[in-house]
Structures are given as C-alpha cells and as structure tokens.
Design a protein around this ligand. Structure first.
Ligand SMILES: Cc1ncc(COP(=O)(O)O)c(C=O)c1O
Length: 482
C-alpha cells in the first residue's frame, strides 16, 4: 500500500495526451488575436454578429428553491424596467407546432431533438427547400460546427480525401486536419466552385499518386460564403450537382448565412435555391444554424439529409452532446412562436435581420469606393452576409512590377504590415487557403491575393475610419494618390 502523502506531486500531462490532441491544428484566424490588442486598432478581422441583431435582450427565470425570480440582462437592457410587458401565457393551439415548456424541455430528450421543434423545422425545410425525395429527416445540432463535425465523423476515415472550396472556412479546415482528413481545394470563380475544375480533379484522380481513393464529399458554403462572400446561383449549383452525381460524391451544404443574402424585393424575392432543393438522390446533407439569425451563443442548429446518413450522424452526437440544450430549445421556440406562424418568421423576422447586413454590406462598399484608390483593389458585387472578399491588385504593386522574382504572397505580407501600421486589421487570404493541386504562374498568383473584410461588427464611424486607414496604407504601398 503506497503511503498517502498530501504534498502536491506535479504531473507531466504530455504523456497522457492522445495523438489527436497533440496534433490538433487551430484555426489560422487565431493568429490575428495579438493585433486586436493593439490600442486604437480598427478590426474588420472577425465575422461575428453585432449584439443589436440578437432578438432577445433580457430573460427572467423563476427559481422556486431560492423563492425568487431573477433577471438576466442583455444588450441594451440592465433592469426589468427595460423588459417589454409579459404577454399572458396561452396554451398552444392543436395545430401550432411550437410548444416551449420547461417541464419537458429540461429533461433528456432524443438526440434528434424535441418533437415540437423538429416538427417546426420539418415544416420550415419543406417551405423553404421543398426536398424532392421522401426519405429526408432532421437532426438538431449544437450549431453548424457541431453538425459538420458529426458529418465528417460519420463519413470519413483517417487519410480520406474531402473536397473543399479553394479558399475555405478555417473552422472547417482545422477540424478536418485533426480528424486526419486530407482536404483539397477546388478553384473558385465569381459564381463559386468551378464545376469544370472540379470535374478535372476527379477525372485525373490517380489513386497511387494521391495515396488514396477519390474524395467522397465536397463541403460548400453556398450563400454569402466565408471567406469569399459568394452566393452560388442555381444554374451553377445544378452543374456542381451533376459533377457530384457523375463521381458519386456527397455534398455537405454548410449554409449559416442563407437568410443573410441580399434580396432586392425583401421577403418577396425568393431565396436562391439551395443544393437541398435540387437534390433528387439524397446526396446533399444540409447544415443550418440559428447562430446568424438568432445568436451564436444559442448553439442550436439542424441537419437535413437522407435518413440513412442522418442516423449515422445522430449516432456520433449521441455519444457527444447527447441531446440539444433544453434551455436553448425553449428560448428559440419561444422567439419563433412570438413571430407567429412561419409566415411571420419568413416575411417579418428574416427580412429585418437580413436588411441590417445588406445595409452594412452596401455601406462598406461605398466607403471602399470613396477612400481606397481603385488602382489597388477590386471590390466584389454585394451579396450580403458578413464578408467582402476584396482583391488586392498585386499585379500592379511596384514590388511586383519592378522585380520579376518578387513573390506575390511576400508582397501581400508587406501590404498587411502596412495596414497594421495604420491600425486597420483584416484577414489575409493565405489564412483560408486549402491544399491545392493547381499550379499557378506568378502572374496568376498575383491575381489571387485577397483580404476578407468583415463588416458585421464595427459601428458606422469605425467602418468609415477603417476604410480611410486602408486607403492610406494601400496608397502608400502602391505609390498612388489616396
Ligand atoms: C461557413 C461557416 N460554417 C460554420 C460556422 C459556425 O457556425 P455555428 O455557430 O453554427 O457553429 C461559421 C461561423 O462563422 C461559418 O462561417
């Protein structure tokens, strides 16, 4: 029997750690963190929603054991007097799907989610996407990060290949690498994933050379994508779908920005058809989130796909999150119910949220046009969402023009440093670059350098000052007038 010695004995944790945790890759965006700390920095670096867009600004909880109710403040509300009057509770009518009720919500539920929210989700998916086959089901998740994690675990073994967009969301690239999945970027153009380039990659696939079979799935962010800000039009989705069918690939449609797309006539403009709506085979697994239309901290989302695949994804969640958070389900169901039917959600609530982002997107474009010399950047067409993918015209940068050996990525680092000097921060395209088979010439590389400007968070006066600073830095770099 060893003696019980109460003196602390230091532990060397490294010997306990798995290969997964020691090899874990973190998102490159974390590298921006030190710059946030610089006093006076204006940041267009992170794509997070402004708290004023959250549809809740306070909550009260009745706590019988403590014999009181407590108030939880929110954005712009510090006391119960900031709360709107409480509507008397009415039992949901028979045909109302949403029935938030903590007496059931706070119990363990099925991993798929609570029946009443699932029934709202099912009707929502039917209304918005009208899937063309019958065997589709929904699974609640803790948001799209969780949903995509479940899909990757259900589909891939270590060493398998997965196609992604050539500039992809780091929150996809890092977990894929941790799971041992090899990602390969498909070139993009102004309409998103280029189907010809995708077909070429799959046609020329050489198992021996690649060290593995053809990819099983492509992950695409189809609306106001992160980082490239592109919304893939329906005709392009059909072409991509055809290539996936030819090579028997699944499509993971990661669509958190679906309802932030600019719609010229508001609620009267239909949303761009999703991959799910075009899917006849059950090869699309769609991932939706309440993060951008309610709030990221809600940690609630849902998957839609063929029941056989979704069951396997559900199994991965059963042993991870067990079931969705009852507090979140109760709160989100209550918010949705407050808007009335689906009609209220689609025609009033969603347009209200998307309008905020559309205005910010258009204002950011105006500011760039006003303050940044047009000889230094190419501004994309507005799509909404949270990001502008602005091309730096490295091909006309003096360092590129005056030296035939200067490397475009090195010049981009100089430009980044110069913006940091002016105290404006944005995410450089190298942070989003997926591994690629493409071979670009130096001239082509020079036309493939971007910055991601996130316009979702800064107040209007910071947006203006940030654009001025960017203009000043780039004018200096390119040696032109601001
Ligand atoms: C493309 C993409 N997928 C997923 C996420 C994460 O979404 P969620 O908060 O639902 O996990 C984000 C958020 O930034 C994103 O941009």
């Amino acid at each position: 029997m060893p003696s019980i010695d109460l003196k602390p004995a230091p532990i060397d944790f490294s010997k306990y750690l798995s290969k997964e945790s020691t090899g874990r890759k973190r998102s490159q965006l974390k590298e921006l963190r030190p710059y946030f700390e610089i006093p006076g920095m204006i940041s267009f670096g992170v794509g997070i929603p402004h708290p004023s867009t959250w549809p809740v600004n306070g909550m009260t909880l009745s706590i019988p054991f403590a014999e009181k109710s407590v108030f939880i403040p929110g954005y712009g509300s510090r006391s119960t007097s900031d709360m709107l009057p409480v509507e008397p509770f009415s039992e949901p009518l028979k045909d109302e799907p949403l029935r938030p009720d903590l007496s059931s919500e706070l119990q363990y539920s099925a991993t798929y989610g609570t029946p009443h929210l699932l029934s709202w989700i099912k009707e929502h998916v039917q209304r918005i996407h009208s899937p063309q086959y019958d065997e589709w089901v929904n699974l609640c998740t803790a948001g799209n990060t969780d949903g995509v994690d479940g899909i990757m675990r259900a589909v891939f073994d270590r060493g398998d290949y997965m196609l992604v967009e050539e500039f992809a969301y780091p929150g996809l690239l890092s977990p894929a690498a941790t799971l041992g999945i090899r990602t390969l970027g498909v070139p993009l153009d102004a309409e998103g994933v280029n189907p010809v380039a995708m077909d070429e990659i799959l046609s020329n696939w050489n198992e021996e050379e690649r060290g593995g079979p053809r990819p099983k799935m492509i992950v695409i962010v189809p609306t106001c994508s992160n980082p490239a800000g592109v919304t893939i039009p329906a005709h392009r989705k059909r072409e991509i779908y055809a290539v996936c069918r030819k090579w028997d690939l699944l499509i993971c449609e990661d669509d958190p920005y679906c309802f932030l797309q600019i719609r010229p006539n508001g609620a009267d403009s239909p949303i761009v058809p999703s991959f799910l709506s075009l899917d006849t085979d059950g090869r699309v697994v769609r991932v939706d989130s309440f993060s951008k239309i309610v709030a990221p901290g809600s940690r609630l989302g849902f998957i839609t796909g063929h029941k056989e695949l979704v069951e396997k994804i559900m199994n991965t969640r059963e042993s991870a999150t067990q079931c969705p958070s009852g507090f979140s389900i109760a709160a989100i169901s209550a918010i949705l119910r407050a808007w009335g039917s689906h009609e209220g959600f689609e025609k009033k609530y969603i347009p209200y949220i998307s309008d905020i982002y559309a205005k910010r997107c258009l204002s950011m474009i105006d500011l760039l046009n006003k303050y940044v010399p047009s000889s230094t950047i190419e501004i994309p067409a507005p799509a909404g969402g949270m990001f502008l993918w602005v091309r730096l015209k490295i091909e006309s940068h003096p360092s590129f023009v005056n030296s035939s050996t200067s490397d475009p990525e090195t010049i981009s680092k100089e430009v980044f440093a110069s913006m940091i000097e002016e105290k404006v921060l944005m995410a450089p395209s190298e942070f989003f670059k997926a591994p690629s088979l493409a071979k670009w010439t130096r001239e082509e590389e020079a036309k493939r350098i971007y910055v991601r400007i996130s316009f979702s968070l800064p107040p209007p006066e910071e947006m203006e000052e940030g654009a001025k600073r960017m203009g000043k830095a780039l004018a200096k770099q390119w040696g032109v007038e601001q």
